[in-house]
Design a protein around this ligand. Structure first.
Ligand code: ATP
Ligand code: MG
Length: 727
């Protein structure tokens, strides 16, 4: 038995109360950085070490798979100070990974083939596009995107087509029909989309009481992190699993609820208190993460929201540096600023890993990436165009998926003509129509069409060759280790040759990526909970479910770039929030609905509270995004920060003055330099055309100007040599 005090070390009184609470239902409600995740981790160690709960009775739900791995490791290291333990029996993962595991274990009861595959969002959209066309739906009236949204929404609410009330509305009836067609196709092909994973797992429990009973008895202890972002089906699933006797501890923060747009219901926190027997609330109020200035800024910002459950957060820590506000001239200037600040941090001995750049939307990352590349600063992007989402990788994975499961329609569609084999759209339409008429998969339709001579000779031969190719790839690689199998498939499917012929850098990158895929399979270690799967299936699952969270090459220390959404739960000593402008953040779309605006504000709160030591918020006065140049004013969120905690950043480093909030929205013009130049001055240059001075350095004949030229980028010029015309 280990010393109890060790489990409680490094916790304050309130945290201890939660960790050492008697078995029961608890809500730990607390603001950012107050140690909720830490409490959850210690609670699990406590349950095992003190309450004598077996690790196999514990299920912990985290927000990302990365967080799950970290949590497992922390618990193991806490417990192993006395005995070396590896917690094989405990289930730790996201809702999706846990539900997926259940479906694998009970695929028959869930009505799935053993080798069912995950359909990611891009594949889902493609499949819907195809089905809508096949069934003659007008693209304008029934866009595939909207169909996706409709179906996922219904699934998140736990609804099947027959359970949806059409209210005698013609349009609604059509959507229901589309949902039905889509679902039938997925079922035949053994495909489950993300929302389906959760809904199926829920239905499995509902329809098979024996299975539910078994898991109820097993998982007596359930813990959920980031509970504010659970949706209806996740809530219902937890409730079903816990039954009347389960012990559930949830931790969350209503101020960090940022997935309302995807069906998350912050009301689940209140619902928990109503639905779970004698549920008790424990509040934590001390923040351990951020400096005083950062915390006070976050507190003040979020106080602008209504209907909060209400929390006070305080810190014993120093006030620290003020929050920096940088007014960039445009998005290039912003990127340059961020990269140069990171460079300074790096040269001063800071760790790149400790730096994060957070943005509202993925499309903002490119400019910053380019500035980092130019400054030779390594970086990593979480989310966005992830490795496993790249075209060539998805092509290769589609071949592997077909090898694992011939009925996978999405994979079939993807590679039937990649590389081209002379199988035209007309041939494919014959197959597609067969799938509709006979309710079969594309693979089956192919066999049928060939068998019944439904196709012209050339097409039939091409199709036959394709089927033979897939069968022989499967056969020849059957005994190979996964990486050799992957390599073989890439080389012998024709993909390698095809991309080799693609010209220029793009082709090279694609080949490199394919090679990287082989390394990824070589490095892949099958997780403990995937013993029941083949290496290939486990890897494919990993690729679609988990790996997207982090990019390859985790060894090197590098700047972390991600959207504000994916930063939830994380912390970094040095944080940049970029693009904090009206119209971008809050986004235009949110401006019309008060509810959405508050969600944007919570997102800003999440962003600010990621920072431990130093936070800089940037906005650009003009920005080119989605190909359009627009002038922006600073976000209202900047306005909502307390004056005494923030400071404008002046690049030349000598002048720093308090940020003047009354100037928000007007372009700031700095005083005239003794050289007669000022920022904001419009100029014309013989070669570069018109531009605007964004920086002035030196004096007299040494005056250097940094000028942003339209369409020509940013240049430094010596003022008296450049022959500039003031406009
Ligand atoms: P978020 O809402 O952002 O998910 P959280 O409430 O889960 O935050 P944690 O990530 O658990 O907070 O903790 C924030 C930081 O404070 C971590 O670095 C954690 O190690 C540290 N911390 C938590 N409690 C204590 C404590 N009692 N003493 C010292 N440090 C602590
Ligand atoms: Mg947390």
């Amino acid at each position: 038995m280990m010393d109890i005090s060790e489990l409680l070390d490094g916790l304050n009184d309130k945290q201890r109360e939660a960790v050492a609470a008697p078995l029961g239902n608890y809500l730990v409600l607390a603001g950012a950085g107050s140690g909720k995740t830490r409490v959850l981790t210690h609670r699990i160690a406590w349950l095992i070490a003190v309450e004598g709960i077996s690790e196999g009775s514990i299920m912990a739900v985290t927000f990302t798979n990365k967080a799950a791995a970290e949590m497992r490791q922390r618990i193991e290291s806490t417990l192993s100070q006395h005995s070396s333990r590896r917690l094989f029996g405990m289930w730790v993962g996201t809702f999706h990974s846990i539900a997926h595991r259940l479906l694998r274990a009970h695929y028959l009861d869930a009505n799935l083939p053993q080798d069912f595959q995950i359909l990611d969002s891009e594949d889902q959209l493609r499949l819907l596009k195809r089905l809508l066309k096949l069934h003659n739906y007008d693209e304008k009236m029934f866009p595939a995107k909207q169909a996706c949204w409709y179906i996922n929404n219904k699934k998140d609410d736990g609804l099947r087509p027959h359970q949806i009330d059409d209210n005698n509305d013609k349009q609604e009836r059509e959507w229901i029909n589309i949902y039905r067609i889509y679902q039938d196709t997925c079922d035949r092909a053994g495909l489950v989309d993300f929302a389906e994973i959760l809904l199926r797992a829920y239905e499995l429990f509902l329809k098979k009481p024996v299975i539910l009973q078994r898991y109820r008895q097993r998982f007596q202890q359930i813990l959920v992190d980031e509970f504010q972002d659970t949706n209806k089906i996740q809530y219902a699933w937890i409730r079903l699993l816990a039954g009347e006797t389960g012990n559930v501890m949830i931790v969350g923060d209503d101020d960090q609820s940022i997935y309302g747009w995807r069906g998350a219901q912050v009301e689940n926190i209140q619902r928990f208190l109503d639905d779970f027997h004698k549920a008790k609330t424990i509040r934590l109020e001390q923040n351990y993460r951020s400096t005083g200035n950062i915390l006070q800024s976050a507190n003040q910002l979020i106080s602008n929201n209504s209907n909060r459950l209400g929390k006070d957060l305080w810190t014993e820590g120093d006030k620290g540096e003020p929050v920096g506000i940088y007014a960039a001239f445009n998005e290039l200037d912003e990127a340059l600023f961020v990269s140069s600040q990171i460079k300074i941090w790096w040269e001063d001995g800071g760790e790149l890993n400790d730096c994060a750049v957070l943005y509202r939307s993925n499309s903002q990352s490119r400019v910053i990436e380019e500035a980092l590349i130019r400054a030779q600063i390594p970086y990593r992007i979480y989310g966005g165009m992830r490795f496993f989402e790249r075209q060539e990788i998805k092509d290769a994975l589609a071949y592997l998926r077909l090898i694992a499961n011939r009925q996978d329609d999405a994979a079939f569609e993807r590679v039937i003509n990649t590389p081209t084999r002379g199988i035209g759209d007309r041939t494919l339409d014959v197959l597609r129509n067969l799938t509709r008429e006979r309710e079969i998969t594309l693979w089956q339709a192919t066999q049928l069409a060939i068998g019944e001579n439904k196709l012209a000779g050339r097409s039939a031969t091409a199709l036959l060759r394709f089927c033979e190719l897939i069968n022989s790839l499967a056969q020849e690689t059957e005994e190979m280790p996964l990486f050799a199998q992957t390599d073989f498939v890439i080389k012998h499917s024709g993909l390698y040759e095809m991309y080799k012929q693609e010209k220029g850098e793009k082709g090279e990158v694609r080949i490199e990526n394919l090679e990287e895929l082989v390394s990824a399979t070589r490095e892949f270690i099958k997780p403990d909970d995937a013993e029941d799967m083949s290496d290939l299936s486990a890897f494919l699952t990993h690729a679609s479910l988990e790996a997207g969270e982090e990019q390859a090459s985790p060894h090197q220390s590098c700047v972390q770039m991600m959207t504000l959404h994916s930063a939830k739960g994380l912390e970094f000593p040095r944080v940049f929030m970029v693009g904090v402008e009206e119209g971008l953040f809050p986004s235009f779309m949110s401006l019309e609905e008060p509810g959405r605006l508050e969600e944007e504000r919570r997102l800003a709160y999440v962003g600010i509270t990621r920072a431990k030591q130093k936070l800089t918020i940037c906005y650009a006065e003009s920005r080119r995004l989605y190909g359009k140049e627009e002038r922006h004013i600073p976000s209202r969120f900047i306005n909502e920060l307390p004056q005494e905690c923030i400071q404008a950043v002046r690049l030349r480093g000598t002048v720093t003055r308090a940020y003047n909030q009354s100037a928000v929205g007007s372009v700031k013009i700095s005083p005239l330099n003794d050289s007669g130049w000022k920022t904001g001055q419009k100029v014309k240059h013989g070669k570069f055309g018109t531009g605007t001075v964004i920086n002035v350095e030196g004096s007299d004949n040494n005056t250097r100007l940094q000028i942003a030229f339209q369409g020509q980028g940013i240049k430094w010029l010596i003022a008296h040599l450049a022959n500039l015309e003031k406009l």
